[in-house]
Ligand binder design. Structure first.
Ligand SMILES: [Mg+2]
Length: 104
């Protein structure tokens, strides 16, 4: 039995969602390996997790940009929220770094 192909690149129903899901999972896989290796970039299977993270983040960014481009989504609204979140994440990070630096 053949599926409808909906959600795939080239379909009429939310094209690219299947690729977006796949790439999210691949980023999660590398995150799991990094946590499992206690942050060491050389995984016990010999692979370079920094390189794999870069590759999978690039794939995810491409999938996100594709989904935004070909679906009825408001790029400007997405970009505005992204900018707000990015600012917030940097503020949290900077505050935690400053707290760490003040520890005796
Ligand atoms: Mg990938």
């Amino acid at each position: 039995m053949k599926g409808s192909g909906d959600f795939s690149i080239g379909s009429a129903v939310w094209p690219g969602i299947s690729k977006l899901t796949e790439e999210c999972g691949e980023v999660m896989q590398v995150c799991g390996k990094l946590v499992g290796s206690h942050g060491e970039v050389i995984h016990f299977d010999g692979s370079d997790l920094r390189k794999r993270m870069q590759e999978e983040l690039a794939d995810l960014l491409a999938a996100i940009e594709f989904v935004v481009a070909v679906n009825p989504l408001d790029y400007d609204a997405i970009a505005a929220r992204r900018d707000e979140k990015l600012k917030l994440f940097h503020a949290w990070h900077d505050a935690d770094i400053a707290k760490e630096e003040q520890k005796p």
